[in-house]
Write a protein that binds this ligand. Structure first.
Ligand code: PGA
Ligand code: ZN
Length: 425
């Protein structure tokens, strides 16, 4: 049974305040977790409650922490830790708003995750096992950023994430080995070109490219320099995050000085799909352009994963509607977009039922918290996206999956190509 929940302010990877929740059970067992924060947020997300004013640029989380220490702690005290759904429902009812604006989505998700940690600790088993029970799980296919752009790098390039995926690797361990070689090779290429400028918010190299295609060409070269075969061993994955530069059917590509309509975007991205071994594209159109999504997915969904992030905001209802409309074939699952773990899980399960690819994802503002690594394994999601291959708030998650894989020994499978929602040519 729950004795108390405490909220405290800690700091994230951008040096901004964020919320940590700590659940204490009557037995003395504890569980804690930290809320992440996005920069390129979808309008339908659970609200990240901030204090406003001038302190820390208005981003302090005093109200969200107070909500945990007072209302949430009182409401959950004495409750059984066993039923996550009932506890999450209690949080949702207590908040009472659609956008989670009273308690704050950050207070709610930190609490929801801390409850799971306490339950796993009470059972003395790892978090992923608490979720999976006796079901067999496979290690997720990682989606790892090499160049960061968009809102995470002062919009130096329009595309937000230039990533790679290693579906032909034999194991998660080997996928990271290949990624490390590509990341090193990409850094060496930039250094030689004199354009190495540090790293962006998620640890990918800060881009100094004159076009989006130049980033793609450099990425191709890095894969080759790493001694790997593009397309067969290593594929490219992009998060366009088009809501950041598109609205009302117009897309303003600042880097290239171009303004496109939906069809222009679909044509440009289709051209990239022809020329580069792209396995996955996230938010190719803006969140207010469902017909663009539908046309894009109709044209390219048979050979490319089409992910909805800002478009679906980890909402089971939206996932169901998108499946009916055929506007995506994959869903990004970010617990803090939903507000509770139960809602995030419902979005994932709805996606799986529709035959979607499902990707558990971190945010651009992260911490040492590794809960999502366990969610990806325990929910058997198939894919995991946590940013790049540097900065320890990213590496902590990759390293945690390595430990899980090792603990399973020969039992540990790897999702590889099976994680992707299309058939290989
Ligand atoms: P965000 O970016 O956390 O800033 O929203 C991640 C993403 O768009 O996938
Ligand atoms: Zn995204």
């Amino acid at each position: 049974r729950i004795e108390q929940v405490r909220g405290r302010r800690v700091w994230d990877s951008r040096g901004r305040p964020t919320v940590e929740a700590e659940v204490r059970l009557r037995s003395g067992v504890r569980g804690r977790a930290i809320a992440p924060a996005g920069a390129s947020t979808g309008t339908g997300e659970a609200l990240d409650l901030r204090d406003g004013g001038t302190r820390f640029a208005g981003m302090d989380v005093g109200r969200a922490c107070a909500a945990i220490n007072e209302e949430i702690s009182t409401a959950l005290a004495g409750w059984d830790i066993a039923d996550q759904q009932a506890l999450d429902d209690r949080l949702i009812a207590l908040d009472g708003t659609r956008e989670r604006s009273r308690l704050g989505g950050n207070a709610m998700v930190a609490t929801s995750m801390a409850l799971l940690h306490a339950r796993a600790a009470a059972h003395d088993r790892p978090l992923w096992r608490e979720l999976a029970g006796e079901r067999k799980v496979r290690m997720p296919l990682p989606e790892i950023q090499i160049f960061g752009g968009g809102a995470h790098a002062a919009r130096r390039v329009d595309v937000q994430d230039f990533m790679i995926m290693c579906p032909a690797a034999r194991s998660f361990t080997q996928a990271l080995e290949w990624t490390a070689e590509v990341y090193l090779a990409a850094g060496a290429l930039l250094k030689k070109a004199g354009t190495l400028q540090g790293v962006a918010d998620e640890g990918g190299y800060w881009p100094a490219f004159s076009s989006n295609e130049q980033a793609l060409d450099t990425l191709m070269q890095a894969i080759l320099d790493a001694g790997l075969r593009p397309g067969e061993e290593v594929g490219i994955s992009l998060d366009i995050a088009a809501s950041e530069f598109g609205r009302n059917g117009r897309y303003e590509l600042a880097l290239e000085g171009r303004s496109l309509d939906s069809d222009g975007m679909i044509e440009m991205l289709g051209g990239w799909l022809e020329r580069y071994p792209i396995l996955s594209i996230e938010d190719p159109l803006a969140e207010d352009d469902p017909s663009g999504f539908r046309r894009f997915c109709e044209a390219h969904g048979a050979r490319c994963q089409v992910i909805g992030d800002d478009f679906l905001v980890t909402n089971a209802g939206r996932v169901r509607a998108a499946a009916e409309a055929g506007s995506v074939n994959a869903v990004l699952v970010k617990p803090n977009q939903a507000g509770t773990l139960s809602e995030a899980h419902a979005a994932l399960v709805t996606g799986k039922a529709a035959g979607f690819g499902t990707i558990v994802s971190a945010r651009s503002g992260e911490t040492e918290d590794v809960t999502i690594a366990h969610l990806a394994v325990g929910w058997n999601a198939g894919q995991l996206k946590v940013g790049s291959f540097s900065r320890s708030e990213r590496m902590a998650k990759w390293n945690e999956v390595l430990r899980i894989e090792e603990s399973l020994g020969s039992e540990a499978g790897f999702w590889g190509w099976d994680a992707l929602p299309f058939r290989r040519a």
